[in-house]
Design a protein around this ligand. Structure first.
Ligand code: 5GP
Ligand code: ZN
Length: 110
């Protein structure tokens, strides 16, 4: 998707250090963090929103949550507070499906 900010980041058009990258997703910190730890888990495929998820994305969603699980371990969040948030509708500002991992102290709503 040409004008999608996350597609541009994934393609390397906007330089960004990834915390993790696999064949199907990338992880990078949110530019405007809402918690001590605020990572975005972003599928490489341009899926617009929750309503665009199809059966063929099942494996991808499994990998998203596997990645969340390893990020929870890496950041010692298991014994702390953490949440995974997916915004939709008018609460979603970037129209490319992504998962917020928020950990530690919250600063504000995502
Ligand atoms: P949404 O409201 O769509 O769920 O969340 C979009 C998130 O992407 C926001 O938390 C916002 O701070 C973050 N964001 C928007 N543009 C960029 C960017 O260019 N780089 C990074 N790292 N995060 C971004
Ligand atoms: Zn996109």
């Amino acid at each position: 998707m040409k004008d999608c900010i996350f597609c541009r980041i994934i393609k390397g058009e906007i330089p960004k250090q990834f915390d993790f990258e696999s064949d199907v997703l990338v992880v990078f910190p949110d530019i405007n963090p809402s918690a001590d730890i605020h990572l975005l888990i972003v599928p490489k495929q341009h899926i617009e929103a929750i309503e665009s998820i199809e059966k063929e994305h099942a494996r991808l969603l499994f990998e998203v949550y596997q990645t969340v699980s390893s990020l929870v371990a890496k950041n010692n969040l298991k014994d702390n507070f953490y949440r995974v948030v997916v915004n939709g509708g008018k609460a979603q500002h970037v129209p490319h499906l992504h998962f917020h991992l928020l950990g530690g102290q919250w600063k504000k709503m995502v």
